[in-house]
Design a protein around this ligand. Structure first.
Ligand code: IPE
Ligand code: IPE
Ligand code: MG
Length: 253
């Protein structure tokens, strides 16, 4: 069952980590550098965090790289981000293979140039049989887009007579949003200090533990990752129940 109330227990380690990698621009500004330098530094950190997470017991890592709202940025910055993404696809796939990482992308791809989409498909195909870390990169992703997309899939199935309206449940819905095979994120880490979700995995984050880190993404490291995971381990996940029902002695409420 999907209902998280079945999973009440003291968390040990998060199986699925989601990250909003924010603060590249501020990091660059602080140093008198162009925003591009912040994105380049941020990319290097993303690479090292993928490697670090892959070596631990976590099963899935979902990184927010470009939101559906980021098109609103100046065209030069959007172009730079897409170029950085493209060159990362070239340079990183072999390393992901070495580390047994299964990579895929979530988000609306039709907005991207053909060449980029081709590279994305190739990277996904190449790493598809890897059974290590499930890495998802959210590009041109929006949580509302994800939900609308799932609704459209369900509506099509009803229209085709494959299911009835009564078959639309939280379970069937959850199978049609992105990442149905990863389980909902256990923890969401947002760097850069802003306390918002910015249209990230709206459906999937329903009961996710939030960890807002003041550190700007290019300064994030395994030390901050450990702090987030330690914080997660100390939390009582009640999923609507009382502390006493959880029965871990941390709460008598
Ligand atoms: C996150 O850093 C990267 C993307 C959104 C692509 P920002 O570029 O948003 O950095 P700040 O928030 O302006 O510092
Ligand atoms: C969220 O960061 C998106 C990514 C990190 C890719 P933003 O910097 O775009 O978020 P807002 O606009 O400040 O909410
Ligand atoms: Mg930002």
């Amino acid at each position: 069952m999907l209902n998280p109330s079945d999973n009440t227990s003291l968390p040990v380690t998060p199986l699925h980590i989601a990250i909003i990698m924010d603060g590249n621009g501020r990091w660059a500004n602080k140093r008198g550098l162009p925003r591009a330098a912040g994105h380049q530094a941020g990319f290097k950190v993303a690479r090292s965090i993928v490697e670090a997470v892959g070596k631990r017991q976590h099963k899935a890592l979902t990184l927010f790289a470009f939101s559906s709202e980021n098109w609103r940025r100046p065209p030069t910055e959007v172009r730079l981000l897409l170029e950085l993404f493209m060159s990362a696809l070239h340079s990183e796939v072999d390393k992901l293979m070495d580390n047994n990482v299964h990579m895929r992308f979530i988000g609306e791809r039709s907005a991207f140039p053909d060449k980029l989409r081709e590279q994305m498909n190739l990277a996904e195909q190449k790493t598809a049989a890897n059974d290590g870390l499930k890495l998802a990169i959210a590009v041109n992703y929006g949580g509302r887009w994800d939900i609308v997309n799932a609704a459209k899939k369900l509506a099509s199935s009803v229209q085709a007579g494959e299911m009835t309206v009564d078959d639309i449940t939280e379970e069937t819905f959850a199978q049609r949003v992105c990442l149905p095979d990863c389980g909902d994120p256990d923890i969401l880490i947002r760097t850069g200090g802003d306390q918002r979700i910015s249209n990230y995995l709206l459906w999937q984050l329903a009961y996710t533990e939030l960890f807002i880190d003041e550190v700007l993404w290019p300064d994030f490291s395994e030390i901050e990752l450990d702090r987030a995971i330690d914080s997660f381990a100390s939390r009582e996940r009640r999923f609507g129940r009382t502390g006493a029902q959880i029965g871990n002695g941390k709460s008598d409420a």
